[in-house]
Design a protein around this ligand. Structure first.
Ligand SMILES: *Cc1c(COP(=O)(O)O)cnc(C)c1O
Length: 354
């Protein structure tokens, strides 16, 4: 039976990407050697790394604007620390919109006091704070573009008077934003780009080199930039698969084209959530994520019935995160519209049964 993969991460990837990457594990470009058994210094792999780096910048509209793209390891979670190590001298401002923001704040606090510019913790993070001031004397401002767990998304980014850093793990490449508003963007690959194992970092070079501390080599963006993202052995499989996804996206028509698809999917599920009395959305309407739709049953007694119906329809991965409960349908770039249709059909069928 066809499965509909709504997993929050690691998540669905395009079929053709999975096919090509599995072929390359057996034989890369007809070389008779596997992608994962050749030197990362070989021309074949250097070309892959360079293509992945340039595609990332191209798709985001950041080519020729002083940015470098890096494929690092340690997940987005390592970036929580690395950002602070490289940029935090006196104080930084953080927008607290959920679990991931909070984790970023915790790591930065190792170095100094962190100023929470605004927080929605008092409402279990069901909305995005707005109208806050960003102090001009701080080193940088950090925000999380999409809150994977709560299903909220920043729609309007502030005009930031200081360098703006953003964790875009769960919505990078999903929508058109002026990406040049940001000085540093990071994203774990496994949400919208590839398998776990690599983290994309896009950094504007001129914000680096301003802190007085000694930065350990593996934690130093400059070291990775100077070595073209090959300071140490890169995660070759994750980089290759990410490159294939970026190529797939480019061939589709880039971010503008996928954004249209993502909007269609989001509109479909949210209209069902709003019209069907058996469901209730978790996030404030104006802040709803187009990637992760969070919702609850209005009558918990229907849980078993609904879960069984989902199972029968081949729907996978819609259980909500334990800190929110209920359900979460993650609709990343590679999720077909048809899968959302199937979920919505099951939701409306529940209404006729109940
Ligand atoms: C999943 C996620 C992370 C953590 O990513 P890892 O690669 O597992 O460290 C960080 N931020 C956001 C927004 C996420 O969705």
């Amino acid at each position: 039976m066809k499965k509909h993969n709504f997993s929050a991460g690691p998540c669905i990837l395009p079929k053709e990407v999975l096919l090509k990457s599995s072929e390359a594990v057996m034989d890369l470009n007809g070389s008779g050697l596997s992608l994962i058994e050749i030197s990362h210094r070989s021309k074949d792999f250097v070309d892959i790394m360079e293509k992945a780096r340039s595609l990332a910048l191209e798709l985001l509209g950041l080519e020729g604007k002083g940015y470098k793209a890096l494929f690092l390891q340690g997940g987005a979670s390592t970036q929580f620390l690395m950002v602070a190590l490289n940029l935090l001298e006196k104080r930084a401002g953080y927008l607290n919109t959920g679990t991931w923001s909070k984790k970023a704040i915790k790591e930065a606090k190792i170095f100094d006091d962190i100023y929470e510019v605004a927080s929605s913790e008092n409402a279990n993070y069901n909305y995005i704070p707005k109208g806050y001031e960003i102090p001009t004397e701080y080193d940088y401002f950090h925000c999380t573009s999409n809150n994977t767990i709560y299903g909220t998304q920043i729609k309007q980014f502030p005009d930031c008077p200081i360098p703006m850093v953003c964790d875009m793990s769960s919505d990078i490449f999903s929508r058109q934003i002026d990406y040049s508003k940001f000085d540093l963007i990071y994203a774990g690959a496994q949400k919208n780009m590839g398998p776990a194992g690599t983290t994309l970092v896009i950094v504007k070079e001129d914000i680096l080199g301003k802190v007085s501390r000694h930065i350990p080599s593996m934690m130093d963006y400059k070291v990775h930039i100077n070595k073209s993202s090959m300071f140490n052995t890169p995660p070759v499989f994750a980089v290759y698969t990410s490159m294939l996804t970026l190529e797939w996206l480019k061939n589709l028509g880039g971010i503008a084209a996928i954004e249209e698809e993502n909007e269609k999917k989001a509109r479909l599920i949210y209209s069902e959530i709003d019209l069907n009395p058996l469901f209730k959305g978790f996030a404030a309407k104006e802040d709803r994520s187009f990637m992760n739709a969070t919702f609850n049953l209005t009558n918990d007694n229907l849980k078993e019935t609904f879960d069984d119906m989902c199972l029968e329809a081949g729907i996978n991965g819609i259980n909500g995160h334990r800190s929110v409960g209920g359900y979460r349908a993650s609709m990343y770039n590679a999720l077909p519209y048809e899968s959302v249709q199937v979920l919505v059909e099951v939701m409306s069928e529940l209404e006729t049964k109940a």
